[in-house]
Design a protein around this ligand. Structure first.
Ligand code: SF4
Length: 349
């Protein structure tokens, strides 16, 4: 083990011992969950430190209703495009993948420019816009190119506020999301009275963030530190922020697990209403919503996203729910806690 890593682990041990009480540190980005699992970081932690995952996987937090609407549009004969990570998410009726198998035109894209290209031949194509500030800028750009979008985009800070307001969720510090922070910067997190560190995605970055969080807790500090300065600026990416503001307006949004959060979503401004699937297909979407029949499910993804239940505590985990046969969004996305736990932890035992 490299000397620097050894030193960090030693410092974490000493500080955790000095603090003495049990601590829960939450990572807020699905890529951090992967880094932690890939590097076995949980197993390196002192007994009183628990690392828990939060709502950092964009596909996972997308509301079931939005999946159902996209499936409904596809089944009604409208071509749709979706990021590969979201195509298998089960809706109340079916997933977009199943809709494709039933003959609906469902295009899987890995980059929004692919959707823009498809729309040149199929102008009625609807792109499923989902994710946090990280991907919203690209969607805004594509809307300006003429792409029609159903927007389920979300803003991350309101979700942090909702987590802190929920008394059941006990968290002593946040590892703030690196990708999101590249766009929104660091200052925005100062509103939350909890130790926070913006971190990069190497194993060492996460250890640095944990060590810094423990230092703050030990010193009774509650501040935001930027340990990802090689990419994250204090003010974020102003160009991307401007583009997002030009195309989107803030609205309330439904989150899987967290419910409706005020001012946490982004809807398309009326200036671009010809590219807004919710305007263009208003009547059809109203009909789809009316016809949604909630399917009972034992999936605990909503609790997993709040750090209230660990993936492996779900009775379906690894039994009826696997990446090949996902029962919930958290097992579909490569950033979902259940998927990460299955691939890196369970399979390596
Ligand atoms: Fe849902 Fe599957 Fe995760 Fe259980 S293991 S919470 S069923 S996604």
């Amino acid at each position: 083990m490299k000397t620097e890593i050894k030193k960090l682990l030693k410092s974490i041990q000493i500080k955790a011992q000095k603090i003495g009480r049990p601590l829960r540190l939450m990572e807020l980005c699905g890529t951090h969950s992967q880094t932690i699992a890939q590097n076995g970081i949980k197993s390196l932690m002192p007994d009183n430190i628990r690392l828990v995952s939060g709502p950092g996987c964009p596909v996972c937090v997308t509301a079931q209703k939005d999946i159902d609407i996209m499936v409904g549009l596809a089944l009604a004969g409208i071509p749709v495009a979706v990021y590969g990570d979201a195509v298998q998410v089960p809706g109340n009726l079916m997933s977009l993948e199943e809709a494709g198998r039933k003959g609906a035109e469902v295009y899987i894209v890995y980059d929004i420019t692919e959707a823009v290209k498809i729309a040149q031949k199929k102008p009625q194509l609807v792109f499923f816009g989902l994710g946090f500030e990280t991907t919203t800028g690209m969607t805004a750009w594509a809307i300006k190119q003429g792409l029609m979008v159903y927007s389920a985009h979300k803003l991350f800070p309101p979700a942090m506020k909702a987590l802190l307001a929920n008394k059941k969720i006990k968290v002593d510090g946040f590892i703030d999301p690196g990708h999101v922070s590249v766009i929104i910067g660091v200052d925005v997190y100062c509103q939350f009275p909890i130790p926070q560190v913006v971190a990069g995605f190497e194993g060492k970055d996460v250890l640095i963030a944990i060590e810094k969080l423990l230092t703050q807790i030990l010193n009774k500090e509650r501040k935001v530190e930027n340990a990802y300065q090689r990419l994250v600026k204090k003010e974020g990416n102003l160009k991307a922020q401007k583009l997002i503001q030009e195309v989107f307006k803030v609205a309330d949004a439904d989150w899987r697990g967290l419910g409706k959060i005020k001012k946490s979503g982004l809807k398309i401004r009326s200036k671009y209403q010809q590219q807004d699937a919710e305007v263009v297909h208003k009547k059809l979407i109203q009909k789809i919503k009316k016809e949604i029949k909630i399917k009972p499910s034992a999936c605990q993804c909503g609790l997993v996203l709040q750090g209230l239940v660990e993936a492996k505590q779900c009775p379906l985990f690894g039994r009826s729910c696997t990446p090949d046969n996902p029962q919930g969004a958290c097992m579909v996305s490569v950033e979902g806690s259940c998927n990460v736990e299955f691939r890196y932890v369970q399979n390596n035992k």
